[in-house]
Design a protein around this ligand. Structure first.
Ligand SMILES: Cc1cc2nc3c(=O)[nH]c(=O)nc-3n(C[C@H](O)[C@H](O)[C@H](O)COP(=O)(O)OP(=O)(O)OC[C@H]3O[C@@H](n4cnc5c(N)ncnc54)[C@H](O)[C@@H]3O)c2cc1C
Length: 441
């Protein structure tokens, strides 16, 4: 099968691939998107099972996801994302304790976050004085690459070097770090944490707002992106697995699929994660230290309950194996008698090997410990999802291995959340990488 009528081939139909294809189509390019799976959305998609509408994992967006917001606006689905005015995070502790980070709306950034941190009940005034050193350190890295010395430190080592007590770390910094970086503070490099925090603190109040999809993840972007590309002469094909690159005269000319189809175009942008991309038998010019980047898993569960157990949109769970719980009924605005909730365990290197029953046992134990109403609730339906390759594990040294989006070799560019966008491997990094690759092409 030939396809020389296409200007570019984009490998992968997740956030990176679709945002790249949309950016190219918007510039009048005819794009061909290929994805090996039967559905689009990559690592951020939704499906229905057991009477439940399930995201493969709850995804939290931020006000500073500028590239993502641009992508959603272009395809006309930004109204499906709820960006919350209030910057508030509630925490529930095993044993019933509660705390709240509440950042006053009348204060400009970064003072609103400073006020929120000063208002945490579970951290003493003495412990909070370390915020001065934290503020100084963050300001010194306000822009540009994070210094090597910090990149080589783990989040834990960096926070401790600033004099932040272990109690303060446990109650605020750890839940934030594990949510952003998807690995434990003892494992993740401080670089990604610094990149995310400085954007949240120093690029305006709106950057630190939280946002959640009012619909399933797939409904948020996959069909609308496909329609946008196809309306501009492009094509999106699922169940098409790239098996190798077609290379001639030092230039990539297209790809061959595992079914022996050939697709040719002026350029190939790959948004494949590193563990999939390296299986393509790449030319020497594309090989490099990025091949050793490793994944970090996430496990999660969606539970339909016969009664409400929480009133907040989401809660950070402290001192538990489960990290976050989300109120899907409230987030989606569903009218239902009971409540549907979703729990997340990030950096789940241990739990990824558990059976679904064992994951549910951990989740229900933690929910019962943190939410008094949970013990009275009956679980009407549930689904556990394990994502072994959820994100890049951002260990010290990994930043330097991430190739820049849009680089590669003649006829080929790298993109994907894992490329070096100045952000941790997130939806924003994915969308930004796709847009940069499209821009450079
Ligand atoms: C459970 C979970 C929770 C998460 N939570 C958050 C969150 O709260 N906030 C946040 O910002 N991020 C979160 N993330 C990360 C976010 O989902 C990813 O950063 C983002 O979806 C990556 O997009 P991508 O397009 O770069 O890669 P992918 O989505 O992986 O897209 C790559 C595509 O390439 C396809 N592919 C692979 N090999 C081939 C091949 N040989 N041929 C053709 N196609 C191929 C795959 O099928 C896939 O569709 C989470 C991830 C998971 C799994």
């Amino acid at each position: 099968m030939g396809s020389d009528k296409h200007d570019a081939i984009v490998l992968g139909g997740g956030f990176a691939g679709l945002s790249c294809a949309v950016a190219l189509a918007g510039k009048g390019k005819k794009v061909l998107v290929l994805d090996k799976k039967p559905h689009l959305g990559g690592r951020a998609y939704s499906f229905s099972e057991n009477g439940l509408d399930i995201d493969n994992g709850q995804h939290l967006f931020m006000g500073c996801y500028f590239a993502t917001l641009e992508f959603l606006k272009t395809i006309g689905t930004d109204s499906k994302l709820d960006i919350y005015e209030d910057v508030v995070v509630d925490y529930a502790e095993a044993g019933g304790g509660r705390d709240r980070l509440s950042c006053p709306s009348w204060l400009p950034a970064p003072l609103h976050l400073a006020a929120g941190l000063l208002g945490l009940k579970g951290v003493s005034l003495g412990e909070k004085t370390a915020l001065l050193a934290f503020d100084r350190a963050l300001k010194s890295m306000r822009t540009g690459p994070v210094p090597d010395a910090v990149e080589r430190m783990t989040v834990r080592a960096w926070l401790t070097s600033l004099g932040l007590s272990s109690n303060f770390q446990t109650r605020f910094f750890d839940p934030a770090a594990i949510g952003i970086l998807n690995d434990a503070p003892e494992v993740a490099s401080a670089a990604g944490f610094v990149q995310a925090l400085r954007t949240m603190f120093f690029t305006g109040r709106e950057s630190s707002r939280f946002a959640l999809a009012k619909t399933g993840l797939s409904e948020l972007y996959t069909d609308a992106a496909r329609d946008y590309v196809e309306a501009r002469g492009g094509r999106v094909i699922s169940n098409a697995k790239a098996a190798s690159l077609i290379e001639e005269g030092g230039r990539v000319r297209g790809i061959k699929t595992d079914m022996d189809s050939r697709f040719e175009a002026g350029h190939v942008v790959s948004t494949l994660p590193p563990w999939d991309l390296k299986k393509l038998g790449l030319p020497a010019a594309l090989r490099g230290p990025w091949e050793t980047l490793a994944p970090a898993p996430i496990v999660g569960a969606t539970l339909k309950l016969d009664r409400p157990v929480m009133t907040e949109r989401f809660l950070g769970m402290l001192k538990t194996e489960t990290h976050w719980v989300f109120n899907k009924t409230l987030i989606h605005g569903t009218k239902e008698e009971g409540q549907t909730i979703a729990v997340v365990i990030s950096g789940a290197h241990k739990q990824i090997g558990y059976s679904p029953e064992k994951i549910m046992a951990a989740a229900t134990r933690d929910l019962a410990a943190c939410l008094p109403e949970f013990s009275k609730a009956k679980i009407l339906a549930s689904k556990v999802v394990k994502e072994p390759f959820a994100t890049l594990s951002p260990t010290p040294g990994s930043e330097a291995k991430r190739p820049e989006p849009g680089t590669g070799m003649p006829g080929f560019s790298f993109a994907g959340d894992w490329t070096r966008t100045g952000f941790p491997a997130t939806i924003e990094s994915a969308c930004l990488s796709g847009q940069i690759a499209a821009e450079r092409l």
